[in-house]
Design a protein around this ligand. Structure first.
Ligand code: G6P
Ligand code: MG
Length: 218
């Protein structure tokens, strides 16, 4: 039976994926690289370094330049999340967290972001979480399963007892590689490999979800 839920953060509990995009876009404009929302789609869920490498494509830059660009992007991102408040939780997020608490289901964050802890604090949900696995927790980032396995370990749960909630194809792949259940949020082209798919968290009901997961097995 399911005993824990591991939420990705950016694009699942809050719309910070838009802020990541805007920060990358500013950097791209400054260094004269073509970049748009469509290109950004492929970077969803990737670590800061992997995102930058993806954005640069075959444009060769030195390690020092890479480091400087990552610092610059993060400074733009930090500015954008400065005014984040609990009102920035996406619809349905708080209700689901309440429902999970009532059902005695443990909750963790499994994010590639080094800003995840700060974002959870600003969103006012840090106290509700049993564990936070973030960009500092593991060496290998999504689509590797490591961050979710680390989160499950923090919760004291086995992979098959965990449901991952993800908006990125790299995150869905990571959840499946961890041998966990996966709820994908977003278009089928992005999260189609997940066990169940929804547009977002709004109106999601835990009991209903359990039934659907069971049905996805038959
Ligand atoms: C999340 C986001 C990515 C971001 C990554 C690293 O997974 O979905 O867009 O690149 O975290 O975030 P960071 O805050 O460490 O730059
Ligand atoms: Mg995400």
């Amino acid at each position: 039976p399911l005993r824990g839920v591991i939420f990705d953060l950016d694009g699942v509990l809050t719309d910070t994926s838009e802020y990541h995009y805007l920060a990358w876009k500013q950097l791209a404009d400054e260094i004269g690289i073509a970049f748009d929302r469509q290109a950004n789609e492929q970077m969803r869920g990737l670590s800061r370094r992997d995102s930058l490498l993806h954005m640069l494509g075959d444009c060769a830059v030195s390690e020092a330049e890479l480091q400087e660009m990552m610092v610059r992007k993060n400074s733009y991102y930090e500015q954008l999340i400065q005014n984040l408040t609990p009102a920035d939780l996406l619809p349905g997020a708080l209700a689901l967290l309440d429902e999970l608490h009532a059902a005695d289901i443990k909750v963790a964050i499994g994010s590639s972001s080094k800003n995840a802890r700060l974002v959870c604090q600003r969103l006012g949900i840090a106290e509700r979480l049993n564990a936070i696995a973030d960009g500092y927790s593991v060496e290998h980032h999504k689509p590797a399963p490591d961050v979710f396995l680390y989160a499950a370990g923090q919760l004291g749960l086995q992979p098959h007892e965990c449901l991952v909630v993800e908006d990125a194809s790299s995150g869905v792949a990571a959840g499946l590689a961890a041998k966990m259940w996966v709820l994908g949020l977003g278009p089928v082209e992005r999260v189609g490999d997940a066990h169940i798919i929804r547009d977002n968290l709004a109106g999601l009901n835990w009991q209903q979800l359990l039934i659907e997961l069971e049905q996805s097995q038959t």
